[in-house]
Design a protein around this ligand. Structure first.
Ligand code: CP
Ligand code: NVA
Length: 305
């Protein structure tokens, strides 16, 4: 039984396999076909934070695959009505897979420790692996072979940035991150990258222009993530020079793509002109969450496609 808590949990070959299943299922989906690869399988979604894309793409994906989903929000009392360990021991007897969205990454590792079914991280403070997989898949659709290209990330060194860094290492993309001091990757995560993703080529800078130079795609995420709302005024000041706007995009090569995991705080980390402009692939990127979740579910539950 496998879990997916971070992208580093996957080998390069496993990512290739997930993308191959995804491509097959997406092609069939666009032809109106829904392959019931997971009949009778049950997915529990356990969410401590709000979600549009992750929740709905997993639920819709499981329906497409012939399985079913049960959504558990705050009212389930996860971690408050009973311990995470007891919750995991019980829920994992009813479900084949649990998708968790939690504030703390430790909650995900604890849930996985005590669960007897597969656990997928649907976002924690430290990682958003399913997002990064959909992002890399979207890039692949646009540029084909990923190896040797550079993905630039401008903004907070947060959960999304960390998963992208791991993912880039696994698929052979270079990763250039521009973040202000105090919001860059910490040394513990840098060590983790060195150990777990030694093949990653990474440029860390405080200068967005330096990061986007030579990039095949520019990525940003919100300056204030869920759970950090009290810091938003301070963060707006710190990140003021990190907005992805037309001036910054002009410093990247012509045709550079723009990606964002969404939801976006328009006017903060990105302008309307960029996110709605010709270089933006954010809508396709969000659409691919559905297809890649299906690839992940079919892979983790061992379905034969
Ligand atoms: N990108 C993403 O995970 O969106 P949601 O928070 O809506 O799930
Ligand atoms: N970094 C953001 C991503 C949302 C999909 C957050 O954690 O809120």
């Amino acid at each position: 039984m496998r879990n997916l808590l971070t992208v580093a949990d996957l080998s390069s070959a496993e990512i290739d396999r997930i993308f191959a299943i995804t491509e097959d299922l997406k092609t069939k989906y666009t032809q109106g076909r829904r392959d019931a690869l997971l009949p009778g399988r049950v997915m529990a979604l356990l969410f401590e934070k709000p979600s549009l894309r992750t929740r709905v793409s997993f639920e819709a994906g499981m329906t497409n695959l012939g399985g079913s989903s049960i959504f558990l929000g705050q009212e389930a009392g996860f971690g408050s009505r009973e311990s995470v360990a007891d919750f995991a021991r019980v829920l994992s007897q009813y479900a084949d897979v649990i998708v968790l969205r939690a504030f703390k990454h430790e909650t995900a590792t604890e849930l996985a420790k005590y669960s007897t079914c597969a656990v997928i991280n649907g976002l924690t403070d430290a990682a958003h692996p399913c997002q990064a997989l959909a992002d890399l898949y979207t890039l692949k659709e646009h540029i084909g072979r990923l190896k040797g290209h550079t993905l630039a990330y401008v903004g907070d060194g947060n959960n999304v940035a960390r998963s992208l860094a791991e993912g880039c290492g696994r698929v052979g993309l270079k990763f250039a991150i521009a973040a202000p001091k105090g919001y860059q990757f910490d040394n513990e995560f840098r060590m983790h990258l060195k150990q777990e993703v030694p093949q990653l080529e990474m440029l860390e800078t405080t200068d967005p222009a330096e990061a986007v130079r030579g990039a095949v795609a520019v990525y940003t995420d919100v300056w204030t993530s869920m759970g950090q709302e009290k810091e938003s005024a301070e963060r707006r000041k710190v990140f003021a020079d990190y907005q992805v706007n037309e001036k910054l995009m002009a410093k990247a090569p012509e045709g550079t793509l723009f990606l964002h995991c969404l939801p976006a705080h328009r006017g903060e980390e990105v302008t309307d002109a960029v996110i709605d402009g010709p270089q933006s692939v954010v809508v396709q990127q969000a659409g691919n969450r559905l297809h890649v979740q299906k690839g992940v579910l079919a892979w983790i539950l061992g379905a034969q496609s």
